[in-house]
Design a protein. Structure first.
Length: 210
């Protein structure tokens, strides 16, 4: 296993329903603004369209050393040469082990967590990073219960994997999340809906000190 590069502090989370332009164009704009880490969600696409979109995203990211993780589909990640997979809530240790077996020791395995205990369990099972949500109220994910707040990030201090704060985070909250122990932030709606995703990405990275 080669030495792993640190993860960028901004994880761009895709949602083609939330953007007025083709999704690849939004990803391209975010990458032009400095983004180097993208989680391709859009699980409702048919397999051929999702495969094509993954390849488009890789063509944008790879020349710049960026990384793409595929939401919930380790086989698609393997088929397209993506850098890893992001597994959903309720992921079991077996799911993480299966993803590792499919993608190899150098792949990124991420997990969506909704409580600090889930982050700890993901770390124990061999995940490389986790998102923790919702930190603040977000219209994008209204069904995940009340906002966890910064205390949830504080509770993850000392865990051996990076934690990305997700949910209702913009430039104003970014530094607070870092101060509470997050390795970075994950942003979906704030970038997908932005009139200028490139400039929005620049502002988020500036707020993160990157």
């Amino acid at each position: 296993m080669t030495e792993r590069r640190p993860l960028p502090p901004l994880l761009v989370v895709t949602d083609r329903h939330g953007t007025a332009r083709p999704l690849a164009g939004t990803v391209r704009a975010a990458v032009a603004g400095g983004a180097r880490f993208v989680w391709l969600r859009d699980r409702d696409l048919d397999p051929a369209s999702r495969r094509a979109l993954a390849r488009d995203c890789l063509a944008i990211l790879s020349p710049l050393g960026g990384r793409l993780v595929i939401g919930a589909d380790r086989d698609l990640a393997a088929a397209t040469g993506a850098q890893g997979v992001h597994l959903g809530g309720g992921t079991s240790p077996r799911d993480i082990a299966d993803a590792r077996a499919t993608l190899g020791p150098d792949a990124l395995i991420g997990v969506s967590a909704h409580a600090p205990a889930e982050v700890a369990a993901a770390a124990e099972a061999g995940a490389d990073y986790a998102t923790l949500s919702p930190i603040f109220f977000t219209a994008s994910k209204p069904g995940y219960g009340p906002a966890l707040g910064l205390a949830a990030l504080e509770a993850c201090r000392g865990l051996p994997i990076p934690v990305f704060a997700l949910g209702g985070i913009d430039e104003a909250q970014a530094s607070d999340c870092l101060g509470a122990g997050a390795a970075g932030i994950a942003v979906m709606g704030g970038l997908m809906r932005a009139p200028d995703p490139e400039q929005r990405t620049r502002r988020l990275l500036h707020a993160l000190g990157a």
